[in-house]
Design a protein around this ligand. Structure first.
Ligand SMILES: NC(=O)c1ccc[n+]([C@@H]2O[C@H](COP(=O)([O-])OP(=O)(O)OC[C@H]3O[C@@H](n4cnc5c(N)ncnc54)[C@H](OP(=O)(O)O)[C@@H]3O)[C@@H](O)[C@H]2O)c1
Length: 170
């Protein structure tokens, strides 16, 4: 049996779609695919699709709190490695990450990566997988070493203190 999923809808649209499915007695979506990574994205920047409502597609507070409130739902986080930006100087962060919280989160990430001996990518993936609200990372790779690095993150266990420091940085 398959699972029904939705991607990149506003939080209220998820709720409406699921309630309409319940009322109609048909399968509802339980898997949601949104951009999710360790850095937090501004959502207030006007975009081509929704103008002054801002852009969406990132798992912001309305999506994360919805998942917490709805047992049986799963978040799949796409572009978790920000196209390699965490580890490569030739990649630039999108303007939506241009805010003070990014500096603090990158500092926390570097600190935990140094302590664990893992790469920043691996810490990001371990943080997503092992959080209080687990998120399935939808990683992109273009080589075997990239794939192996990502898969090794499954075995990386962050301590409570490391997770607390990562969560607290904003
Ligand atoms: N639902 C949606 O709207 C939506 C939107 C975007 C993406 N997605 C899906 O999400 C999946 C992943 O997206 P994404 O490619 O943006 O994910 P990502 O994991 O953020 O970026 C993947 C890229 O990061 C680089 N990378 C990965 N591992 C690396 C490493 N160890 N060292 C250095 N660079 C590394 C590679 O770039 P290079 O190949 O250049 O080396 C790789 O192609 C795709 O299947 C895509 O279809 C869905």
């Amino acid at each position: 049996m398959g699972l029904l999923g939705l991607s990149n809808f506003w939080g209220w649209q998820l709720e409406r779609a699921r309630r309409l499915a319940d009322a109609a007695g048909i399968a509802r979506a339980d898997v949601f695919q949104y951009h999710h990574t360790y850095l937090r994205m501004r959502t207030d920047i006007a975009g081509p699709r929704f103008g002054q409502d801002g852009e969406f597609g990132t798992a912001d507070g309305s999506i994360l709190s919805y998942l917490r409130a709805e047992p049986g739902t799963t978040l799949v986080g796409y572009s978790p490695l920000l196209n390699g930006t965490y580890v490569r100087d030739d990649r630039r962060l999108d303007e939506a990450y241009d805010h003070p919280g990014t500096t603090h989160r990158l500092e926390a990430l570097a600190s935990v990566a140094d302590e664990t001996g893992a790469t920043r990518n691996q810490v990001v993936l371990a943080w997503m997988l092992g959080g209080e609200l687990p998120v399935v990372p939808l990683v992109g790779v273009s080589s075997l070493p990239q794939l192996e690095e990502a898969l090794a993150a499954v075995d990386l266990e962050l301590t409570d203190d490391q997770r607390r420091r990562l969560d607290a940085a904003h």
